[in-house]
Design a protein around this ligand. Sequence first.
Ligand code: 48F
Length: 258
Amino acid sequence: MKLDDITISKAIIESWSKDLVDSLEVDVAIAGGGPAGLTAAYYLAQQGMQVALFERKLSIGGGMWGGGMMYNKCVFQEESLKILEEFKIRTTKYQEGYYLTDSLETVCNLCSSAIQAGVKVFNLISVEDVMIRREQVTGLVLNWSAVGLANLHVDPLTIRAGAVIDATGHAAEVAKIIVRKIGRKLYTDTGDLVGEQPMWADLGEYAIIENTKEVYPGVYVAGMAANAVFGGPRMGPIFGGMLLSGQKMAELLKKRGQ
Ligand code: 48F
């Protein structure tokens, strides 16, 4: 059969546009496609929720690809083994309590499981603002990452969401936008971002679970963003906390009836 170039273009444009139109009103919108965002997205979709995830970069996976200092291995603790099994990510035991995965396999499996569970992933799109109605975040304001990179003056588009998850990692970008736009009103001691603490894997990994919670009406923080907002330590290339944080987020939103 002869191939028609225009049909190829039409197929892509129509199908992608439909995905975005279908995602203009979702149960949960996630900013950031690192390990925490992908894990939350997967479990939320498994619960039957409509989930859209927006990732600034071309590639999904955030800080996982490079393992530790570009050695592409990730370390996981015992508590995260069940989640790794769920994603069919293979582990090898290094010693009691320490497990290794191939970082590339880890990202690929998290991503493909999320998409196959029904998550709509939009890469190359940045969250640049939030929509607030009556002191509640009700959606995200989006633009092409390329627009920001090229410093172009192009207005964004908006989507509505029952809940927003800030899974933007160290930068905690959604929480930062809220403080910038409406002042120090976060559910932290100062109302502002407390800021992440120096590296301490043991404390950081446990703090991140505790810090995975609502940070402003309608906005929840997961992954490294949770420690950046509430003031927990960073933890480097151990990643169990990110997956456990994503899983906890899905449980929280289920309880909230989102
Ligand atoms: O940084 P990232 O991997 O966050 P995470 O899921 O995991 C943290 C670990 O990778 C590591 C660590 C473990 O010890 O500390 O850093 O919490 O993924 C965050 C993703 O969010 C994207 C960013 O490109 C990255 O892929 N992102 C950041 N800001 C925006 C964004 C934004 N405004 N809009 C869309 N995506």
